[in-house]
Write a protein that binds this ligand. Structure first.
Ligand code: GLN
Length: 508
């Protein structure tokens, strides 16, 4: 393998080459940094710091030379800019946090990378930089990123590598675009209501959101705490399994919602035969295939489901009767939690402070008006409203009750099936600016990812074909609690039989 095609290697292949000393961590990092600079018009990254990356790579090379066999040692990856990092700025895509430097790494970053004093050595990945995202992870198109890039001269709108006039999806749009364009072999994302799955689908890559509580939220800048979950994004399920094994695990002292369940090796069961799972029963929720689903997306999903039947799976029709209610329920609960989480950004303890103000109240008002973008302000207002006296019972409490019913619907469905399959989004990636000033158009497009998020279930997206304009289509697989291994197995078996996950957009 020559240096010129290192970016074609999977994470597993690259890790093996590093262990065999066929390539050094410094060489691998330099190769990807060069590609990031060449393709900076994509605007996938918000911050680079070549010296910091190379210092991490040198440390990885030293560990490799000492015979350390950590699973991701020397593999370059990148992090969504919602995770705080010691070596790079952390902004959450917001002007509010411009110039912010964290004194510590998020648990997920430490586990994948260099570890932390009280957490052991880490899996050894090297950080290439920070990836663009919608401001505070609120969005579906990466159009709400509000900060300029550090260390690069690039526009702020991330482009879809398959068609630069299209959005990459969001809020982990930078992560998905970077992987699709081979600027990083893998990346982290976060998913509150679909932000790993939907950009993965729009950019033709693979991504998994684990069960709520599997991955620590410590150091993940909070959007909606009862929904936020970190997860890996990569080209294949096999690579996602490698990263997921490294990043999951209890973090009870730092995240009160962390599950007290030991880490798992998600790579182990990847090659199990589907028919070894007593004919995997795939539930097809009829509500996911209604009139709102575009014909091109439906066609790609139908073909993928036939392929699954050929692999030995059985399709079972199921019902998730409250699917439509997931939209209003999510867009009450998520803004409610956001309005509370974002109250810490007041220009005093954290965040941008207005230059001119008359008194304390005026300082809060001006700092927050200047620091937060439109979508974030909209959600803070909605959240404050639904939590306010007199409206709490009418909106927030009702939403919580329906959230429980949505979770119960899934448990009923899992009596009949092992995994649930359906579309990730109703359409392929839309045009940049295509939804105009209509935030509700974005909200409605989250219909298939929100129910699983509200229930806290693991879900993934895998590429299964192309639709209108040659744009990728992803299929969603949803599993019951802690069934990530089963999802990854089902996705991996499909990827052994197809090559959609290996297709590269023209020019990359
Ligand atoms: N599009 C959804 C929202 O805007 C989901 C975002 C996410 O998962 N972070 O809230």
């Amino acid at each position: 393998m020559t240096g010129t095609d290192l970016h074609q290697l999977s994470v597993a292949e690259l890790a093996a080459q590093l262990r065999q000393k066929k390539v050094s961590a410094v060489e691998a990092a330099q190769h990807f940094l060069k590609r990031i600079h060449t393709h900076q018009g994509l605007a996938a990254f918000l911050a680079l710091d070549e010296e910091a990356t190379l210092a991490q790579a040198r440390a990885a090379d030293a560990r490799l030379a000492a015979g350390d066999t950590a699973p991701l040692l020397g593999v370059p990856i990148a992090h969504k800019d919602i995770f705080v990092t010691r070596d790079f700025p952390s902004t959450a895509g917001s002007k509010m946090l411009t110039g912010y430097r964290s004194p510590f790494d998020a648990t997920v970053v430490a586990r994948l990378g260099q570890g932390a004093p009280d957490q052991g050595p880490g899996a050894g990945a090297v950080t290439l930089g920070k990836l663009s995202c919608d401001e505070f992870a609120m969005g579906s198109s990466n159009e709400a990123v509000a900060v300029p890039a550090v260390g690069l001269s690039m526009p702020t709108q991330v482009k879809n590598p398959w068609d630069s006039t299209r959005v990459p999806g969001g809020s982990s749009g930078g992560s998905a675009a970077a992987i699709a364009a081979r600027l990083a072999p893998a990346a982290t994302g976060t998913d509150t209501g679909g932000s790993i799955r939907q950009p993965a689908s729009f950019c033709g890559i693979t991504g998994i959101k684990p069960t709520y509580g599997r991955a620590s939220r410590y150091g993940m800048i909070a959007y909606a705490s009862s929904l936020d979950q970190a997860g890996p994004m990569a080209r294949s399920a096999e690579d996602c399994a490698l990263l997921l094994s490294a990043l999951c695990g209890p973090d009870l002292d730092r995240d009160s919602t962390s599950l007290d369940i030991p880490g798992e090796d998600f790579s182990r069961g990847l090659n199990d035969k589907l028919d070894g799972l007593q004919n995997l029963r795939i539930g097809i929720p009829k509500e996911f295939f209604g009139a709102g689903l575009a014909a091109d997306v439906r066609a790609a999903i139908d073909t993928a489901l036939k392929q699954y039947e050929q692999l030995g799976a059985k399709l079972v029709e199921i019902s998730l009767p409250r699917t439509e209610l997931a939209i209003p329920v999510y867009y009450i609960i998520a803004p409610a939690e956001a309005s509370s989480n974002l109250s810490r950004f007041d220009g005093v303890k954290f965040g941008h402070r207005a230059a001119n103000y008359t008194d304390l109240l005026d300082m809060y008002k001006k700092s927050r008006s200047e620091g937060f973008g439109d979508e974030v302000q909209r959600r803070i207002m909605i959240g404050t409203y639904v939590l306010s006296h007199g409206y709490y019972d009418a909106y927030y409490l009702q939403a919580q009750k329906i959230r429980r019913m949505i979770a119960d619907d899934f448990q009923n469905a899992f009596q009949q099936c092992d995994v649930i399959a359906g579309p990730v989004a109703p359409t392929v990636a839309w045009k940049i600016g295509g939804h105009g000033d209509d935030p509700v158009a974005d909200y409605l497009a989250d219909i298939y990812t929100l129910p699983g998020s509200l229930a806290g279930l693991p879900g993934m997206s895998l590429p299964v074909g192309f639709g209108e304009g040659g744009l990728p289509v992803g299929m969603q697989l949803i599993g019951n609690y802690l069934q990530e291994a089963r999802l990854l197995n089902a996705a991996h078996r499909y990827q052994q039989a197809t090559d959609f996950h290996l297709r590269t957009p023209a020019g990359f």
